[in-house]
Write a protein that binds this ligand. Structure first.
Ligand code: IPM
Ligand code: MG
Length: 354
């Protein structure tokens, strides 16, 4: 019996998590997997209920579980709150509290969605299958910050700081993944300007000595942004800092057709992980039942694979999503006309395929 802490969150979070549970229930029934869910509060819903974005009780529940499954957090209602009280602070806080330093964001182009890619068909000829490995608990999102001064001299700052230990462990994770894939790793930094990037580059190069089978190249973040739209097929695994990974993974997702397709896994050293779609809470479409649940459903597949070693069940979900797309089923974000399916309709099709 596996224990999963379930954080539905804000905006479209609850809708897509409910869809995901339908798929998980089906795949678990098929493969005899037993999952017990315990819901926990985070983000805006936690702010409304108890006044903080990340209640201690939620951290405790997550620590008692084998995995955490998360919808999305955030919304206009809480945008005016000071930084440490915003829903996003809950998300950053839980990643840190659980030691989830490695964020895996696979951007895969489905054959059926090729036409949804905004790039020219020529530039995606060989297909796209990129694994973005984003450092998740360090860098500028967690560095020292502050404000001061008055009038025109008022200032604010955030700091990008990385330790050798932080870079070494994320680099190792990326090299390990590259070994299981096409053995090509691109390390992305801004070493022509930033001291922290020079350390990043140096440590990644050191770790590379342990992985002579992997072809490593270094790329500046601005160049990487450009190369991703020029010829995304050149990338296999990308390893980078927290902020660059945040930005480049959104870009990579769009190349695959929609932000609504990209799952993610946030991992530490063991099998424990937090799984969430990379998209946000999309308040503009919340409650309409039209959100694309596939990023969330694919995140559940990642959970089965990484945390529970249920590879066949994971593959079943991924195959079902692919089949449904091949059959021409589309959610609003992917559709080229008004003929799209609701979140529930497409979920039922995915369940049928399992
Ligand atoms: C993501 C999101 C979050 C991040 C926000 C919501 C805090 O953009 O998971 O990519 O920056 O990590
Ligand atoms: Mg992001």
């Amino acid at each position: 019996m596996y224990k999963v802490a379930l954080i539905k969150g804000d905006g479209i979070g609850p809708e897509i998590v409910d869809c995901t549970l339908m798929v998980l229930n089906r795949v678990c029934e098929k493969h005899g997997i037993d999952i017990e869910y315990e819901t926990a509060l985070m983000g805006g819903e936690a702010l409304d209920a108890v006044g903080v974005p990340l209640p201690d009780e939620t951290v405790a529940k997550c620590k008692e579980s084998d995995a955490v499954f998360l919808g999305a957090v955030g919304g206009e209602k809480w945008d005016k709150l000071p930084g440490h009280l915003r829903p996003e602070a809950g998300l950053l806080g839980i990643r840190k509290a659980l030691g989830l330093y490695a964020n895996l964001r696979p951007a895969v182009m489905y054959e059926a969605l090729k036409s949804a890619c905004p790039l020219s068909q020529k530039s995606i000829e060989g297909g796209v299958d990129i694994m973005v490995v984003r450092e998740l608990t360090g860098g500028i999102y967690f560095g020292e910050r502050g404000s001061g001064g008055k009038g025109e001299d008022e200032y604010s700052f955030d700091t990008e700081k990385y330790t050798v230990k932080e870079v070494r462990r994320i680099a190792k994770r990326a090299f390990e993944l590259a070994m299981e894939r096409n053995r090509k790793l691109t390390s992305v930094d801004k070493a022509n300007v930033l001291e922290s990037s020079r350390l990043f580059r140096r440590v990644v190069s050191e770790v590379a000595e342990e992985y002579p089978m992997v072809e490593l190249n270094h790329m500046y973040a601005d160049n990487c942004a450009m190369q991703l739209v020029r010829s995304p097929g050149q990338f296999d695994v990308i390893v980078t800092t927290n902020m660059f990974g945040d930005i480049l993974s959104d870009e990579a997702s769009m190349i695959t057709g929609s932000l609504g397709m990209l799952p993610s896994a946030s991992l530490g050293d063991g099998r424990f992980g937090l799984y969430e779609p990379i998209h946000g809470s999309a308040p503009d479409i919340a409650g309409k039942g039209i959100a694309n649940p596939m990023a969330s459903i694919l995140s559940a597949a990642m959970m089965l694979r990484h945390s529970f070693c249920e590879t066949i069940a994971a593959r079943d979900i991924e195959q079902a999503v692919e089949n449904v797309l091949t059959r021409g089923c589309r959610t609003a974000d992917l559709a080229t006309d008004k003929n799209y399916m609701t979140s529930m309709q497409i979920t039922k099709e995915i369940v049928k395929e399992i």
